[in-house]
Design a protein around this ligand. Structure first.
Ligand code: ATP
Ligand code: MG
Length: 343
């Protein structure tokens, strides 16, 4: 092994991200991920996939999985992704993800995976009954990103640790095979007011598709009554909203609702408090519900219209898969050569 300093990656900038078809999309997915995708497609080469390989790390009803994949695609389009700009595709349709994923399983170290907090949260008390895939899923995620040599990954804050693992895998591959700069060390695009939306029932848990309580989240497909009801029932304390950001810090549920209001209204939390500080939740919650309905109703309307024509969604996914395969193929080919496989 030479001891020359690693050259940095010199290839093009590229954005990649995805969402699992593991249930209904919620406000956290929208603010933490979809809004960013729609913006970035205008700035950089952007690939956005539906993470069906990741979804099956926990049980998915086979009769629903393809429909859920179309639903995520409809949400992408409804949130403003344009198939003429971004490459939109199902992960399982590009086999290069799984192939590179295997090679990366042999690069990543067990100790690295043992530190992943999301596995601990998702497996809960029944670690030994979890699928092996749930444990190794961050390694496949590294392959998702690096098979396209993506340089930027827009995700919510919960993905920060997995992204660090992706960088570690890229660096170790480059080092072990003495190919400095072969893979980029991708950067997360995490910042933003919607990076970590919390559950409406528990200010210490993030809003999740897989949370068994539907009242914990606002789904993109919830109607106005449902949104108002969920916000009315959202866990809060009896105090009015504080006047200062400092006082908000010790009140996670209030902090979350103020954060959601700010993200939807494109206001800082301080601006939200300037308007609602000192007022009770009896005033704030209905205002938040009205705002959420005004912002989400057009998206859920578009989703419904798109879902009425699944053949069109399938055309988008098929065309995207073809494009993605073309981008991934030369990298996977080169990796196989680097590893020394017979060809
Ligand atoms: P699951 O519970 O099945 O893991 P999820 O709600 O965590 O579902 P994912 O498909 O795993 O959703 O994540 C898709 C994207 O949404 C990722 O970029 C993730 O970081 C982001 N995201 C998920 N939950 C939140 C949240 N509560 N706030 C902000 N971003 C989020
Ligand atoms: Mg998740």
């Amino acid at each position: 092994m030479t001891d020359q300093p690693p050259a940095s990656y010199a290839g093009p900038q590229r954005v990649l991200s995805g969402v699992q078809p593991s249930g209904a999309l919620h406000l956290g997915n929208y603010l933490g991920a979809l809004v960013k995708f729609a913006r970035l497609q205008h700035e950089q080469d952007t690939l956005i996939f539906v993470a069906d390989l990741h979804a099956i790390t926990v049980w998915q009803d086979p009769a629903l999985l393809a429909t859920q994949t179309r639903e995520i695609t409809a949400a992408y389009l409804a949130a403003g992704l344009d198939p003429a700009k971004a490459t939109i595709f199902p992960q399982s349709a590009v086999t290069a993800h799984a192939e590179l994923g295997w090679i990366f399983q042999c690069v990543a170290r067990l100790g690295w995976l043992d530190r992943m907090t999301q596995f601990k949260e998702k497996s809960g008390k029944h670690k030994e009954r979890s699928s092996v895939g749930l444990y190794t899923y961050p390694v496949l995620q590294a392959a998702d990103v690096l098979v396209y040599r993506a340089t930027h990954v827009p995700v919510g804050e919960d993905q920060k640790q997995h992204l660090e693992l992706t960088r570690d895998i890229a660096a170790k591959f480059n080092h072990d095979f003495n190919r400095p700069g072969f893979f980029p060390l991708p950067e997360g695009l995490i910042e933003g007011p919607g990076a970590r939306i919390m559950s409406l029932r528990d200010g210490s848990a993030k809003m999740s598709k897989s949370d068994p309580s539907d009242n914990s989240r606002i789904n993109l497909t919830d109607d106005a009554d449902m949104i108002a009801q969920k916000i009315r029932k959202a866990k809060t304390d009896p105090e009015p909203l504080p006047e200062s950001l400092e006082d908000l810090k010790t009140r996670p549920e209030a902090d979350n609702l103020v954060g959601i209001y700010g993200a939807l209204a494109e206001m800082t939390k301080a601006q939200v408090l300037a308007e609602f500080g000192g007022k009770g939740f009896g005033t704030f919650k209905p205002a938040l519900a009205d705002l959420a309905v005004a912002k989400l109703a057009p998206i859920s309307d578009r989703m419904r219209r798109l879902m009425a024509d699944p053949a069109e969604i399938d055309r988008v996914l098929a065309a995207g898969a073809e494009k993605a395969r073309e981008v991934a193929a030369p990298t996977l080919d080169e990796v196989k050569k680097i590893v020394g496989f017979w060809r």
